[in-house]
Design a protein around this ligand. Sequence first.
Ligand code: CIZ
Ligand code: SF4
Length: 316
Amino acid sequence: MELDAVINEVRRLKVEKNAVILGHNYMEHAVQLISDYTGDSYDLALKAMSTRAELIVFAGVFFMAEQAAALNPDKKVLSPEPRAGCTLSDSLSVDELRRYREMYPNAPVVLYVNTSASVKALADYIVTSSTAVKVIKKIPNDTVIFGPDLNLANYVKSLIGNSKRIIKVPQNGRCIVHSGYNIDMVKAARMRHPNALLMAHPESPIEVLKQADFVGSTNQMIEYAKSSDAKEFIVATEIGMLNSLRIKVPGKVFHPLVNLDEYGYARCPYMAMVTLDKVYRSLRDEVHEVKLPKSIADAVKDAFERTIKLLEGGVA
Ligand code: CIZ
Ligand code: SF4
């Protein structure tokens, strides 16, 4: 089918089935165009909770669809490509996290959203790159277990100093895209675009973050680019983010930190598996539904709600 025909068919099916499509900021342009909402995984999980639609197609990698399913037990959540993994979520197993919990029984477990639902079910708090620092600062304990992203852990540490001990689990969890960025790439990009500000995602190495004009999650980058006086930006995150920025912040110019032809890893291979065609088929045939055991879904929901309460200042 031609692109326009697929897009029209998706729009028709959404109405017929009372469905919404939630598209992650890293999705390809066509998927963003047919999404009812685009955003980061946290934002989209909240959208999943507030929508009246009964059917949700989550266009993102699998752990994101799982999280939306855990928070919405009464809705049908579909993952267009359930094999779309993530090097971070794949790096932490239930057994390894259990081992750390036994080693540090008094330390709360704070998990980055990039984890599978069965691992998240063991968390006390679930954070995103936009909330990690705030949550860890607010936890009263002096030691926390944090995983799985080593770079995000280093970034949090750089902001909170020695006020808390952070036990990393696993020792070496990394995003295949962001962990490849380095100072030479920053220098070369700044030479190419001398008037641009650098926005970097905290999954990038700390040396890169130290050079950035702004560090934040994908949603925070959108807000920063909108409110900044600057007209041009270099973007150190997954390259699909340029689609989101160009749609949501018209009139400004966005450059990737690295040229995709030279550094293929700027495109996440897992995000790239989620194509318009798969989103369409998932909606049409109502595959692949994300089904979680109730005990897992309940535990993820509890940790999520505990985190929101902590952020809002209540007793967590
Ligand atoms: O939580 C997300 O959506 C991720 C992994 C990226 C970001 O910072 O928005
Ligand atoms: Fe995981 Fe990195 Fe891909 Fe995001 S960009 S899904 S963190 S591998």
